[in-house]
Design a protein around this ligand. Structure first.
Ligand code: ZN
Ligand code: ZN
Ligand code: ZN
Length: 145
Protein backbone atom coordinates (compact mmCIF):
# COMPACT_ATOMS: atom_id res chain seq x y z
CA UNK A 1 0.00 0.00 0.00
CA UNK A 2 0.97 3.61 -0.42
CA UNK A 3 0.83 6.10 2.44
CA UNK A 4 2.17 9.58 3.01
CA UNK A 5 4.73 8.52 5.65
CA UNK A 6 6.54 6.28 3.17
CA UNK A 7 6.80 9.20 0.79
CA UNK A 8 8.15 11.47 3.52
CA UNK A 9 10.73 8.82 4.40
CA UNK A 10 11.83 8.54 0.79
CA UNK A 11 12.22 12.33 0.61
CA UNK A 12 14.33 12.61 3.75
CA UNK A 13 16.39 9.57 2.78
CA UNK A 14 17.23 11.42 -0.43
CA UNK A 15 18.08 14.63 1.44
CA UNK A 16 15.01 16.58 0.39
CA UNK A 17 13.88 19.11 2.95
CA UNK A 18 10.34 18.47 4.14
CA UNK A 19 9.11 21.98 3.49
CA UNK A 20 5.46 22.78 4.07
CA UNK A 21 5.06 23.30 0.33
CA UNK A 22 6.34 19.79 -0.41
CA UNK A 23 4.11 18.32 2.30
CA UNK A 24 1.11 20.19 0.93
CA UNK A 25 1.91 19.00 -2.58
CA UNK A 26 2.18 15.40 -1.36
CA UNK A 27 -1.07 15.64 0.55
CA UNK A 28 -2.81 16.90 -2.55
CA UNK A 29 -1.34 14.24 -4.83
CA UNK A 30 -2.21 11.58 -2.27
CA UNK A 31 -5.87 12.04 -3.17
CA UNK A 32 -5.13 10.73 -6.65
CA UNK A 33 -4.22 7.12 -6.01
CA UNK A 34 -6.65 5.48 -8.35
CA UNK A 35 -6.76 8.03 -11.11
CA UNK A 36 -4.50 10.42 -12.96
CA UNK A 37 -4.88 14.19 -12.71
CA UNK A 38 -3.50 16.75 -15.16
CA UNK A 39 -0.26 18.27 -13.88
CA UNK A 40 -1.66 21.71 -14.74
CA UNK A 41 -4.42 21.18 -12.16
CA UNK A 42 -1.84 20.37 -9.51
CA UNK A 43 0.03 23.50 -10.52
CA UNK A 44 -3.15 25.55 -10.21
CA UNK A 45 -3.93 24.15 -6.76
CA UNK A 46 -0.41 24.88 -5.47
CA UNK A 47 -0.43 28.41 -6.88
CA UNK A 48 -3.65 29.12 -5.03
CA UNK A 49 -2.04 28.05 -1.77
CA UNK A 50 1.34 29.61 -2.50
CA UNK A 51 0.95 32.39 -5.07
CA UNK A 52 4.68 33.07 -4.95
CA UNK A 53 5.65 29.53 -5.85
CA UNK A 54 6.74 29.45 -9.50
CA UNK A 55 5.40 27.00 -12.08
CA UNK A 56 8.98 25.78 -12.50
CA UNK A 57 9.33 24.92 -8.83
CA UNK A 58 6.03 23.07 -8.80
CA UNK A 59 6.86 21.08 -11.93
CA UNK A 60 10.36 20.37 -10.66
CA UNK A 61 8.98 19.01 -7.40
CA UNK A 62 6.56 16.77 -9.26
CA UNK A 63 9.37 15.49 -11.50
CA UNK A 64 11.56 14.86 -8.45
CA UNK A 65 8.71 12.94 -6.82
CA UNK A 66 8.42 10.92 -10.01
CA UNK A 67 12.14 10.17 -10.11
CA UNK A 68 11.97 8.97 -6.49
CA UNK A 69 8.96 6.77 -7.25
CA UNK A 70 6.55 8.76 -5.09
CA UNK A 71 4.28 9.57 -8.02
CA UNK A 72 3.63 8.02 -11.41
CA UNK A 73 3.43 10.09 -14.57
CA UNK A 74 2.10 9.61 -18.07
CA UNK A 75 1.29 11.66 -21.13
CA UNK A 76 -2.24 11.23 -22.35
CA UNK A 77 -3.15 12.88 -25.66
CA UNK A 78 -0.27 15.28 -25.18
CA UNK A 79 -1.30 16.21 -21.64
CA UNK A 80 1.08 15.49 -18.78
CA UNK A 81 -0.66 13.63 -15.97
CA UNK A 82 0.34 12.48 -12.52
CA UNK A 83 -0.96 10.14 -9.84
CA UNK A 84 0.24 9.02 -6.45
CA UNK A 85 2.31 5.84 -6.32
CA UNK A 86 0.07 2.74 -6.10
CA UNK A 87 2.49 0.62 -4.21
CA UNK A 88 5.69 1.59 -2.42
CA UNK A 89 6.66 -2.06 -2.13
CA UNK A 90 6.52 -2.58 -5.88
CA UNK A 91 7.68 0.55 -7.67
CA UNK A 92 7.78 -1.43 -10.87
CA UNK A 93 4.28 -2.38 -11.85
CA UNK A 94 1.81 -1.94 -14.66
CA UNK A 95 -1.72 -0.64 -14.89
CA UNK A 96 -5.11 -1.50 -16.16
CA UNK A 97 -6.84 1.81 -17.00
CA UNK A 98 -10.59 2.07 -17.44
CA UNK A 99 -11.33 4.16 -20.51
CA UNK A 100 -14.78 4.96 -19.12
CA UNK A 101 -14.15 6.14 -15.53
CA UNK A 102 -10.38 6.60 -15.72
CA UNK A 103 -9.66 4.45 -12.66
CA UNK A 104 -6.27 2.84 -12.56
CA UNK A 105 -5.65 -0.60 -11.18
CA UNK A 106 -2.27 -2.05 -10.32
CA UNK A 107 -1.29 -5.26 -12.09
CA UNK A 108 0.80 -7.84 -10.28
CA UNK A 109 2.74 -9.24 -13.17
CA UNK A 110 5.23 -7.78 -15.60
CA UNK A 111 5.21 -9.39 -19.05
CA UNK A 112 8.78 -8.41 -19.91
CA UNK A 113 10.35 -11.83 -19.49
CA UNK A 114 8.47 -13.13 -22.51
CA UNK A 115 9.78 -10.32 -24.69
CA UNK A 116 13.34 -10.57 -23.43
CA UNK A 117 13.44 -14.09 -24.79
CA UNK A 118 12.65 -12.67 -28.23
CA UNK A 119 15.54 -10.20 -28.09
CA UNK A 120 18.67 -12.24 -27.56
CA UNK A 121 21.86 -10.19 -27.45
CA UNK A 122 19.99 -6.91 -26.90
CA UNK A 123 20.27 -4.72 -23.86
CA UNK A 124 16.82 -3.56 -22.84
CA UNK A 125 16.84 -0.22 -21.04
CA UNK A 126 13.16 0.28 -20.32
CA UNK A 127 9.62 -0.58 -21.21
CA UNK A 128 6.04 0.58 -20.94
CA UNK A 129 3.04 -1.65 -20.74
CA UNK A 130 -0.57 -0.70 -20.10
CA UNK A 131 -3.91 -2.40 -20.53
CA UNK A 132 -7.01 -0.39 -21.44
CA UNK A 133 -10.62 -1.42 -21.20
CA UNK A 134 -13.82 -1.10 -19.22
CA UNK A 135 -13.49 -1.93 -15.53
CA UNK A 136 -15.80 -4.35 -13.76
CA UNK A 137 -17.65 -1.55 -11.96
CA UNK A 138 -18.43 0.23 -15.22
CA UNK A 139 -19.40 -3.10 -16.81
CA UNK A 140 -21.93 -3.58 -14.01
CA UNK A 141 -23.34 -0.10 -14.57
CA UNK A 142 -23.73 -0.76 -18.30
CA UNK A 143 -25.49 -4.04 -17.63
CA UNK A 144 -27.96 -2.47 -15.21
CA UNK A 145 -28.97 0.23 -17.57
ZN1 ZN B 1 0.64 2.44 -10.22
ZN1 ZN C 1 -14.49 2.15 -14.97
ZN1 ZN D 1 7.36 -4.29 -16.33
Amino acid sequence: MADIDSALQILSRNNYKLTKQRKELLKYLYQFQIEYINVSQVDEFMRQLYPKMSHNTIYRNIRDFNRLGIVEMQTRQGVLQVKYQCDFDHFHHHHFICTNCGKVRELDECPMEQFERQLPGCRITGHRFEIYGICDECMQKFKNR
